[in-house]
Ligand binder design. Structure first.
Ligand SMILES: [Zn+2]
Length: 239
């Protein structure tokens, strides 16, 4: 991701938005990881998110350093060519390339960076990099926090996934609501439903009944018996 960021940066790099987008890209990968590997152990997830953000930020600087060295090598080749064609240029030399990442970062902070019409150098540039790093971390953390709030079954260690969804008639919606103990006073008409269960079906299932037009949504937790009753009602309504 850090490498990709360095490749994209010269073409598309809106100020402050770029680290946020980078963080979101990282978050997408992390959230996929949580779902695929059924990972919900909070300390592990948060440490992982922090490390991954740090790695992306470090990667960005590392690949910039790498790109700078490659560019230096290309320029050096050009200088050699020119020297062969015009021997009088023999004493023209390129300054040596940065030897390591630390030296590269030191040169970068000396040279500074153009930000909002000001040339930012030294400690101010370090502070700016710190801000960018914080934004990457924040943009990565928010979707991860959302993913961790999703229902999870601690017994079979899996995230609850939608096992069934669809539309029900107004009559069935009313029946479902009373079956699930949902208190509804003003909703009527056909509704949408969603049933989410864990992998082994060992924990209560989440049942959601919603009326998108009225922007109303109700949730209930169903035990195995209630789930069977709901499924039977849904089968009847489908048929
Ligand atoms: Zn389970």
């Amino acid at each position: 991701l850090g490498w990709l960021a360095v490749k994209v940066h010269p073409y598309f790099a809106p100020l402050l938005l770029f680290p946020l987008l980078l963080g979101l890209a990282l978050a997408a990968a992390l959230v996929c990881g949580l779902r695929v590997f059924s990972l919900a152990h909070r300390p592990t997830v948060w440490i992982g998110t922090l490390l991954a953000s740090a790695l992306v930020v470090f990667g960005q600087h590392y690949w910039s350093f790498h790109a700078a060295r490659t560019e230096w090598a290309n320029q050096q080749a050009d200088v050699e060519k020119a020297r062969r064609a015009f021997p009088e240029m023999a004493n023209r030399m390129l300054p040596p390339p940065p030897a390591d990442l630390v030296e590269f970062l030191a040169t970068e902070t000396d040279r500074g960076r153009e930000l909002l019409g000001h040339r930012v150098r030294g400690a101010a540039l370090w502070a700016w990099w710190g801000l960018e790093a914080a934004l990457v971390c924040l943009a990565a953390a928010l979707p991860v926090a959302w993913a961790l709030r999703q229902p999870y079954c601690t017994r079979c260690r899996s995230w609850l996934v939608t096992s069934r969804r669809g539309h029900v008639s107004a009559a069935a919606a009313g029946e479902l609501a009373s079956l699930c103990g949902l208190s509804m006073t003003h909703e009527s008409g056909a509704a949408e439903y969603r049933l989410a269960t864990c992998r082994a079906g060992c924990s209560p299932s989440l049942f959601e009944l919603s009326w998108p037009k009225a922007k109303q949504s109700h949730r209930a937790w169903l035990n195995a018996e209630e789930r069977r009753a709901v499924a039977a009602l849904l089968d009847r309504d489908d048929g």
